[in-house]
Ligand binder design. Structure first.
Ligand code: AMP
Length: 301
């Protein structure tokens, strides 16, 4: 079962308390695809500029990621510059250059249109809607977004929310979108906007999953050092979707396991800058940390 992701493929320039990196591979689709590629085939829909290096294309290829839907346009690649505070849950966007992304209209290759597992990564909600229009047989659609789109494209985002099963957002985005400061109330308000499941990412405090009938909580894997939190959310979604596609079981129990797999993949991502740690990872490493994760949360009732 293959997965389709639309999102940014970017250059990121990042400063964290542990160091900095200039123009490294980033973007919501890149992190998602890298995370999901350990479990199932992934196809990317996105756009890059002339300046995007072959080295990164080769990296995607080595992970078996299908790039037919990744367009190269004349112009520069999307570039994001961010700085993290001492509290790594807080970051500021210093620069955001949409470049080739502005005006991009996603066009899915014919071979992508039968996608069943679709992840609408963090990108303009109009582009997310355009992707949905072109897909024939949807089985599971999830979406991510961020403050930039909630503040600037709320109407289109509300239309996306009416069409998806699952929303994946962080806690501050959930508060902004719902207008509720309490996270449980925020999740309840978002469930009324359309999605059947809301996953709220809380950085080092883990993830909460809300549906009409249940709440599920997973901690973040405890790490002694976090180098760069960028991409934690996207690679979390990648691991989650990867496991869902691999198992074909999106019901409650399968979804809970998938949330733990997503948390495992995210825990590796933050151990180094950009996608460095994911590059060196194997599915065996993931399975081993999954078992440790189960032990971490195991207790007798
Ligand atoms: P995450 O840390 O998982 O929330 O996602 C970080 C990624 O989001 C970075 O690699 C950035 O390139 C990308 N990003 C930052 N701002 C935006 C934006 N406005 N739209 C889409 N992607 C963005």
């Amino acid at each position: 079962m293959s997965i389709l992701v639309v999102g940014t493929v970017a250059f990121d320039s990042i400063e964290t308390p542990s160091g900095s990196a200039e123009r490294i591979l980033g973007g919501s689709a890149s992190y998602f695809a890298m995370g999901a590629s350990f479990f199932a085939p992934v196809r990317i829909v996105g756009v890059i500029g002339r300046d995007f290096p072959d080295e990164y294309i080769d990296l995607f290829r080595r992970r078996g990621i299908d790039l037919e839907g990744l367009k190269r346009e004349s112009g520069d690649t999307f570039h994001w510059r961010g700085r993290y505070h001492e509290d790594l849950n807080v970051r500021d966007t210093i620069e955001l250059h949409l470049n080739v992304l502005s005006g991009f209209v996603p066009e899915l290759p014919e071979s992508y249109r039968d996608a069943e597992y679709v992840f609408l990564g963090n990108i303009d909600p109009e582009m997310q809607l355009e992707v949905l229009r072109q897909i024939r047989c949807l089985r599971l659609v999830a979406c991510d977004t961020m403050d930039h789109w909630i503040n600037n494209s709320l109407e289109a985002l509300r239309r996306v929310l009416g069409k998806i099963e699952m929303l994946v957002v962080n806690d501050s985005e959930a508060r902004l979108l719902s207008g509720e400061s309490n996270i449980v109330r925020a999740a309840r308000a978002i469930l009324k906007m359309g999605p059947k499941t809301v996953l709220i990412k809380r950085g080092e405090y883990g993830v909460l999953q809300f549906s009409d009938s249940s709440i599920f909580a997973v901690p973040a894997y405890p790490l002694e050092e976090v180098f760069d939190p960028t991409g934690a959310g996207d690679s979390f979604a990648g691991g989650l979707f990867g496991h869902l596609a691999r198992s074909g079981d999106p019901a409650e129990r399968g979804l809970r396991r998938a949330i733990v797999y997503g948390s495992v993949v995210a825990s590796f991502t933050v151990e180094d800058f950009g996608v460095e740690r994911l590059k060196a990872l194997s599915i065996e490493d993931i399975e081993e940390r999954y078992r440790r994760f189960v032990a971490l949360t195991d207790f007798q009732t």
